[in-house]
Design a protein around this ligand. Structure first.
Ligand SMILES: Cc1ncc(COP(=O)(O)O)c(C=O)c1O
Length: 463
């Protein structure tokens, strides 16, 4: 895809309306290291560079829109999680955040395990050489075929999500002459998002088996009776984009409470506890995520304290960060198209992608930042809304952000922190083609997931 030439766009000095934004930043050209991948900076001409490659070159070589992923940053973050938890714990990268064969190889090399939640993710992991015993298989409705493939491949654990699945997995394992290692996912009555957590009395959601009413204890009873299963532990996942550890305290307290009940009833101390993922990242300068070593220390202390209180041996801990590893490592590079100033409101800046490459703003009301990256500008800030090219008024990528008022069609802008849940949730809405993922490292770029083509679309449409 080549970059198009545009006539100069309109200029707009904004009157600031009521809205969801803070004051314009002091320097619109500054790149807050909190929200950008580690190797991002500006070169002498003011253009953004990442992994030693400037965005103009990336746009010329790979077109726009494109997800640009900093491989060194990905590896560094994966390693930081691995190091923080040490050899007495396991880090399972949550593949749902973003998975490709290159990513699987990086994870393998950096010593991480992998959590998959569909046959497709499992196939990707296996095809890129992730050892099956380092894979955990999740999901609230795994098909019998998926269960069969996972057990046959020898996955390290299956996380059981319902009473029916306990029987299903045991049955398939037995039919294959195997004993499958499993955890039971329990819902502990805690829901955590960003700075708050809510303790709920009951669990009104599709995942897991509720602790409430003794259901989780009954699931354990059944799993322990089935020859096809080796119950190795309990699993809990409480939310997403979490900064405050207090939700984990309540969750760990309740999970360890069940471990104690299991010991008292069955004389068995389950050896593992998985606290899931959900750790937050910075999407804007207002977010202050914790470092992996702080998280590891906090979670280990919580579990150890709870186990000491219950006179249990501390189980092996595992965690499943997805967003916290891949989220900050990528940005989406767009070319600016139509610019539409709405007097007294804001300026609508249309880009060549939109909700098909980033559904999170429409789906979760997510906040993002944005920057002009093909050059710097000394123009006054203008309040902008970055929107896509889809036939949908909710097609918003960045709700409110400041961009320079001399922004023009043909400029390149980038939305940072789009590594997680953007390409993996991308769609073909309006038959817009899904962008490539381009990995950059030490002055070179390479496509790790290619851009979709119209031929790809037509090949699926068999008439
Ligand atoms: C069971 C489980 N583990 C891990 C994750 C990863 O969460 P995050 O990417 O927010 O770390 C999820 C996300 O939905 C999940 O459901």
């Amino acid at each position: 895809m080549s970059r198009s030439a545009h006539p100069a766009g309109p200029r707009h000095a904004d009157v600031l309306p009521e809205g969801h934004y803070s004051a314009p930043p002091a320097d619109l050209n500054a790149l807050d290291p909190k929200v950008w991948a580690h190797t991002v900076s500006r070169n002498a001409d003011g253009a953004l560079t990442v992994g030693g490659v400037d965005v103009g070159t990336l746009a010329e070589q790979h077109g726009t829109p494109a997800y640009i992923l900093d491989e060194a940053d990905f590896r560094e973050r994966a390693r930081a999680w691995r190091t923080a938890f040490g050899n007495d714990a396991d880090v399972f990268y949550a593949g749902k955040a973003f998975l490709s064969r290159a990513v699987v190889r990086w994870l393998h090399e950096e010593g991480l395990n992998l959590d998959v939640c569909s046959g497709g993710e499992l196939a990707t992991a296996l095809s890129a050489g992730m050892p099956a015993d380092r894979i955990a298989f999740h999901g609230n409705n795994k098909s019998v075929d998926e269960i069969h493939r996972a057990i046959e491949a020898g996955v390290g654990r299956i996380v059981l999500d319902s009473f029916q699945e306990i029987v299903r997995v045991a049955h398939v394992a037995q039919s294959l002459g195997k004993r499958q290692r499993v955890q039971i996912r329990i819902t502990v009555g805690v829901e955590a998002h960003t700075h708050e957590f809510i303790a709920t009395a009951h669990e009104d959601q599709k995942f897991g088996i509720p602790l409430a009413g003794g259901q989780a204890a009954e699931a354990v009873r059944r799993a322990l009776q089935l020859d096809g299963l080796e119950l190795i532990g309990l699993h809990s996942h409480i939310g997403s984009q979490i900064f405050d550890m207090s939700g984990f305290e309540v969750a760990a307290h309740r999970v360890v409470g069940l471990l104690k009940d299991i010991r008292d009833e069955h004389g068995v101390e389950l050896p593992e506890i998985d606290l899931g993922g959900g750790l937050g990242i910075a999407y804007t300068s207002d977010d202050d995520p914790r470092e992996p070593h702080e998280i590891a220390k906090a979670l280990t202390e919580i579990v150890t304290r709870e186990c000491e209180g219950a006179r249990l041996r501390t189980p092996r801990i595992s965690v499943e960060p997805g967003r916290a590893i891949v989220g900050p490592t990528a940005f989406t590079l767009y070319e600016v198209g139509t610019i539409k100033p709405l007097d007294g409101l804001r300026t609508y800046v249309s880009v060549d992608g939109g909700m098909s490459d980033n559904i999170r703003t429409a789906l979760y009301d997510a906040e993002y930042s944005v920057a002009l990256v093909s050059r710097t500008s000394d123009a006054a800030p203008m309040l902008a809304r970055v929107v896509g090219k889809h036939c949908e008024s909710g097609d918003i990528v960045v709700k409110d952000a400041f961009l320079p008022s001399d922004l023009a069609p043909g400029d390149l802008i980038a939305v940072p922190a789009t590594g997680a849940y953007c390409r993996s949730m991308a769609s073909n809405y309006n038959h817009v083609l899904r962008p490539p993922v381009v990995a950059v490292r030490e002055g070179e770029s390479r496509v790790i997931v290619r851009r979709e083509t119209e031929e790809d679309l037509l090949r699926l449409d068999v008439g």
